[in-house]
Ligand binder design. Structure first.
Ligand code: AMP
Ligand code: MG
Length: 289
């Protein structure tokens, strides 16, 4: 990583936290170890991956490393209304280095009890535009190159019409960031059983790929357990979370998670996400420090 990229990363972190604080979000700090974490499955963009486990013999505990903080976000937002967290995620996926996946990265993860899908997509669009403006006015990126983001709405496509191949094609063809909605995936994203539609979304940036994922969330015990089993997951991996759901402590909410290194890769025009980390964590690459 060079100094310009770290300045861009600093601006991204400052801009995101400042913007969400001004919108009334509360700042939560991350958890790295927990009895439960995101299964990341069945998300068509992910691999079936078991979280790393740590045996804490001193306390007689067995805890998992965070895949993502989605389940904690749901628990916290039910009490606090609007929250965000900058959280390290560790995902050990057996995929070849592709310049777009790190095995440890950071999410800017936000969630709000009073928002729906449309509101979150508007917020994501506003934030990407705001970032482009901030970086271009600060002389960190070319206004000519990134100014296009400021023109026109981000197009929205339905995953049912595209499939993975269509998404890949659009990533190469589109000139602006775009949304993909209605993606069949993890149990916590809201599925409307009447219309057969998923109330979720991914945000893509042209030439690179997905930079954010989010959705409206499930909160009903029966539906959640049914979806866990349907996804081939084990109910026992989510016991404390399911207890909260059963007690009515998980409320409807919506939110999204933005990949910090991916945003930096895009705005810095990097060829490899490794360049967006001071201490890179890239599959199959030696870790120096
Ligand atoms: P997910 O909920 O799995 O979609 O993760 C949320 C966001 O984190 C994604 O949209 C990416 O921006 C980022 N992300 C996910 N996996 C990786 C990875 N392996 N390396 C870097 N960023 C990632
Ligand atoms: Mg995703």
């Amino acid at each position: 990583m060079d100094a310009r990229t770290l300045r861009i990363k600093t601006e991204v972190l400052g801009y995101l936290s400042g913007t969400f604080l001004s919108k009334g979000y509360l700042w939560m700090l991350p958890k790295v170890l927990s009895p439960i974490t995101d299964p990341l499955w069945p998300d068509p963009a992910e691999q079936k991956t078991e979280p790393l486990e740590v045996e804490v013999r001193t306390y007689g505990l067995r805890l998992r490393l965070t895949h993502s903080m989605i389940l904690h976000k749901q628990a916290a937002v039910s009490r606090f209304g609007r929250i965000f967290v900058l959280s390290p995620n560790v995902r050990i996926e057996a995929r070849k280095p592709d310049g777009w996946h790190a095995f440890e990265f950071t999410q800017f993860d936000f969630e709000a009890r009073d928002l729906r899908m449309k509101d979150v997509m508007e917020t994501l669009e506003e934030v990407i535009r705001g970032l482009a403006r901030r970086l271009c006015e600060g002389g960190l990126v070319s206004c000519e190159e990134y100014g296009g983001i400021l023109k026109g709405d981000f197009p929205v496509y339905d995953y049912a019409d595209l499939g993975e191949e269509g998404v890949d094609r659009l990533t190469q063809e589109e000139e602006r960031p775009f949304f993909v909605v209605n993606i069949p995936r993890e149990f916590y994203d809201y599925y409307d059983e009447e219309t057969g539609e998923w109330h979720n979304y991914d945000l893509y940036v042209p030439g690179y790929g997905e930079v954010a994922s989010g959705g409206e969330r499930e909160w009903e015990y029966e539906k959640i357990t049914r979806k866990i089993l349907k996804g081939g997951l084990k109910v026992e991996n989510f016991v404390p979370y399911l207890r909260m759901v059963k007690n009515g402590e998980i409320m409807p909410s919506a939110g999204a998670g933005l990949g910090i290194e991916r945003l930096v890769t895009f705005f810095s025009g990097l060829a490899d996400i490794a360049e967006a980390q001071v201490f890179p964590r890239i599959p199959y690459r030696e870790v120096e420090l």
